[in-house]
Design a protein around this ligand. Structure first.
Ligand code: GRF
Length: 372
């Protein structure tokens, strides 16, 4: 089929559009997104955004960045096709494609008068750098309501026949994020429990600070969006930029529960407040005994005859939040830290999905109350 001749706008063209509007005391509205499969929710959102000013410019995530955000099966349509489809809408004056993880630079370059964002965000959950850039260029921030029941995911599910079950949004189960640095056997246990219908949940994102970790490989194999987050230069603590980035990924995916499955760093703000009482860790000892690294070795060194594993809530201290469940494991005479850890992991693989399923069935706050 013949090429339509369409090409997305350049930053220079959008800057000229902004300058023309500004000279006429008119307003440029700016928004961004993936727009992979256009639906009525998008169209209404874009019309509302356009109504906030006199021209609307959409920055469209490039194919590589959609893949990073939504997983290896997306986008369904190429960036050029997505841009061409969007540009045919009456509400849109220009579409440009961007490949950076954020629109901070575009905001600085374009200096929109108004910035519109969908209602799955609040002004506070906007990316702090983008928000700072918006404040710097004095753009007005407008959060527009989401259109209920219209989403690309629900359309894709219909196509795949996945909407046949009488599922309500709640029945879709717990929306889990898994953070891990290593092998990922606990992550695998969660995926297996979901597959066997022992846990009603979806893992919407896996995050790792190690590019080639087992966690990343497992996620790829299972079709779970996997994100590498650079831990930063300090080998003793996870950097502030990484903490922020993790919080954004979790918020963007509207995660219910964050599972630390062998994640080797302490989480801090803004993640802790944003997910207060919704972050669980699994640790290979009967806490409060043997916190920190090498817990199986610590138990052997102390001459214990049994140890175990603990699933607990995460707070600002190492392995210290409220204990949710524990399982014991005997220590054998010939155990090394490795053989013992292996047997502890078998219990972890049983315990962690069980706790998550109870969470899903009863909800955490009430249920954990009696288990302080
Ligand atoms: C587990 O033993 C867990 O208790 C500890 O780290 C280990 C992770 O193992 N926090 P894996 O990556 O899930 O195999």
């Amino acid at each position: 089929m013949a090429d339509s001749g369409y090409r997305p706008a350049t930053v220079g063209e959008v800057r000229r559009l902004r300058a023309d509007l500004h000279a006429q005391k008119k307003k440029l509205v700016f928004t961004n997104g993936c727009f992979d499969l256009l639906h009525a929710g998008h169209v209404r959102y874009l019309a509302q955004a356009r109504a906030l000013g006199d021209a609307l410019v959409v920055a469209l995530n490039s194919d590589a960045s959609v893949r990073q955000l939504k997983g290896p099966t997306r986008p369904l349509q190429t960036e050029n096709d997505r841009a061409e489809i969007l540009s045919a809408l009456r509400s849109i004056d220009a579409v440009l494609v961007f490949s950076e993880p954020r629109v901070t630079k575009l905001i600085e370059d374009i200096r929109p008068h108004v910035y519109a964002k969908g209602g799955d965000y609040t002004v506070d959950s906007l990316n702090p750098e983008e928000r700072e850039a918006l404040e710097h260029v004095r753009a007005e921030i407008k959060i527009l309501p989401l259109v209920e029941g219209r989403s690309t995911t629900s359309t894709v599910n219909k196509l795949l026949g996945k909407d046949q079950a009488p599922a309500t949004t709640k029945d879709a189960g717990l929306n889990i994020a898994v953070l891990g640095s290593g092998e990922g056997s606990n992550f695998n246990a969660i995926l297996t429990a979901i597959k066997r219908a022992e846990l009603n949940a979806t893992v919407s994102i896996a995050i790792s600070d190690v590019k080639d970790s087992g966690v990343m490989k497992l996620a790829e194999k299972a079709g779970v969006p996997a994100v590498f987050v650079d831990p930063g230069p300090d080998s003793n603590k996870l950097g502030a930029a990484a903490q922020k980035e993790i919080a954004e990924h979790l918020q963007r995916n509207r995660v219910d529960v964050v599972v630390l499955a062998g994640f080797m760093w302490l989480l801090k703000e803004p993640v802790l407040s944003a997910f207060k009482d919704r972050i669980v860790n699994v640790h290979p000892s009967l806490l409060p005994k043997f916190k920190g690294r090498d817990a199986p070795q610590q138990a052997i060194d102390e001459g214990e005859i049994e140890t175990g594993c603990t699933v607990h809530l995460v707070n600002e201290d190492v392995d210290s939040g409220r204990i949710l469940e524990q399982a014991t494991v005997p220590i054998h005479i010939r155990d090394t830290a490795e053989t013992l850890h292996q047997r502890i992991k078998e219990q972890e693989h049983r315990l962690l999905p069980k706790v998550l399923n109870e969470w899903r069935e009863r909800g955490l706050p009430v249920w954990a109350e009696g288990k302080k």
